[in-house]
Write a new protein. Sequence first.
Length: 324
Amino acid sequence: MGTYQHAESVHLHGENHLRVVSGSYDTPGEAIADFERLYGDAVRPGPPPPTDTEQQAAQALAALSPGETASTADTPVEPPTAKTELVPVYAADPGDHEALLEKFLKEQGEWEKYRTWEDSTTVASHESPTLRAIFDHDTEGRETKWTFAAYETPVSDRLWHGTATASTPTAIVNALLDAVATERARGRGLSTSSTETAITEATSPLADAEWKHTIDGRYITWEAPGPQEGGVQFDAFAAQKADSPLPTWTTWGGHAVHQPARALQLSANAPAVLVQYITFEMAEGQGTRLVRPATPDSPTLRTTPAPAPVAASPPAAPLPGRSR
């Protein structure tokens, strides 16, 4: 929420250059009151969670005592090679989104690719045309890489929409692409906002995998078991309005649902079967993550006169695989 000098107060949604104005107010007092009404239960006090790099640095420094840190020599050693570990899909590296787009268009003959006047954007459109995917070639990290939209007819208002960040593992995005390529994942018939049965159907893979299920006000959350952070959240408030700027479904990995390292989000009216494709991949899928060595200036890569070198804490063990 912000107030422009000599201008109106606004609510902003999104990050960086992708943010949009979701509401405007005549006075700051009105903006503050409405912000508290809409998002008060989602606000969490305190500093933001540390990044992966900050966590790795803290672990490395904690492994060395003050005496060992002072006696560290300046002679560098050969850095260890990067290693690949198997992890749950929501904790995996993003993968090659460009290759995923090309693979989808090659395998789905009903979809065509269009380049816009901006070289950084590609539009994939269904022949109907009631389904569309917009791909941004330039975005990175937590910026939106994919934008999806579905329409009941070629001339109707938007039925549902979704986004995926550049940091989202390609296997999760591929699950959504597989869903929109099927006839069952189109239309309004299985709206997730209509019945409790539809929500149960959409999240059945998470229940089968024994994910932790909690209800907190308007939010229903399923959290992954094990050391890797990830989950799925349903927002009952956002589900009541098809045109709400807030996502109804959020699948996330890393940190927390309100500040995820990677996220795929869907609006109200997203078909339950489409959500089920994604939750199945979240519950059963696996991917790889590259564990990179510390930089040459890191204390973990210097030699000491101690009899045995001190190593940083090993990474957490991955979850055991599940049959698919």
